[in-house]
Write a protein that binds this ligand. Structure first.
Ligand SMILES: Nc1nc2c(c(=O)[nH]1)N[C@H]1C(S)=C(S)[C@@H](COP(=O)(O)O)O[C@H]1N2
Ligand SMILES: [Mo]
Length: 248
């Protein structure tokens, strides 16, 4: 039991680290990756239910430094303006398959009842860190917007770009309504720092690091991922063939 999380994370990262090599460009190997993904999803369902809680830690376990990975500062003119305004005019758009599309000021999000959780973040690049997160349960926002019965996935659109491609991620409704899935506006007792996704980032604690979208400006409910960007549900999934389901 003790080694399970680590084992699954390690076996996932073993596959994922192969992301850019030549082997990965062969269609056969991609099929192997896909079947490994299905196996991971199926075996995890057997080992622990999808709605099981991720382990929570104590204050003494907090990493002295929680590093930043990927984008450290989104370089766009728009984000630079938001930074100068200390995010006073940042709003979260909620649209797609919802009864009531929303545009929620960041101040409102920060004033809603929130949840605090100390969890371990596991990046496929081979590092982990324990941090304390403060945020609004995503379920609350989705209930407020009135999710359509046709919705199957929630897409997180981010403010940063890799070249001309915006970062984005997506999760299914099991993860979206998981009690530890929050839109975090705070970290370690402070407002979220820019390198960690200010002013709003996703924490989806049963998944690997790249699913935890930073700089979230829009949430879209969809019935299929095929019409969003490259169609595979996330920036890395589209461009480096990372698995969409990155459960740990
Ligand atoms: N918008 C956005 N979200 C992102 C990334 C990114 O580059 N841009 N990197 C991802 C990866 S690979 C990891 S490990 C975590 C890192 O979060 P941190 O910077 O708070 O450590 O954010 C994820 N979310
Ligand atoms: Mo990562």
């Amino acid at each position: 039991m003790i080694g399970r999380r680590r084992f699954i994370a390690a076996s996932a990262s073993g596959l994922l680290l192969g992301g850019c090599d030549r082997l990965n460009n062969s269609p056969g190997f991609r099929d192997v990756l896909r079947s490994a993904e299905k196996l991971n999803m199926a075996s995890q369902r057997l080992i622990s239910p999808r709605d099981a809680l991720a382990r929570e830690y104590g204050e003494a376990d907090l990493s002295p430094i929680f590093r930043s990975n990927g984008t450290r500062v989104p370089g766009t003119a728009e984000y630079t303006r938001h930074m100068a305004e200390q995010f006073a005019n940042w709003r979260l758009t909620v649209d797609g398959l919802v009864a009531r599309p929303l545009s929620i000021p960041i101040q409102t999000l920060r004033s809603l009842p929130h949840r605090t959780q100390i969890t371990r973040h596991d990046c496929v690049e081979g590092w982990s860190a324990i941090g304390k997160w403060h945020g609004v349960p995503l379920s609350r926002i989705l209930d407020h917007a009135g999710l359509s019965t046709r919705a199957k996935y929630i897409v997180f659109h981010c403010a940063d770009r890799f070249g001309d491609k915006p970062y984005y991620e997506s999760i299914d409704l099991v993860d979206a309504f998981h009690p530890q899935t929050i839109l975090a506006w705070g970290m370690n007792g402070h407002l979220l720092p820019v390198p960690n996704g200010a002013p709003l980032r996703l924490r989806v604690e049963r998944q690997l690091g790249y699913k935890h979208a930073k700089y979230v400006e829009r949430i879209e409910a969809v019935d299929s991922l095929s019409r969003v960007a490259g169609g595979k549900g996330g920036y890395w999934e589209d461009n480096v063939d990372y698995e969409w389901y990155a459960g740990i």
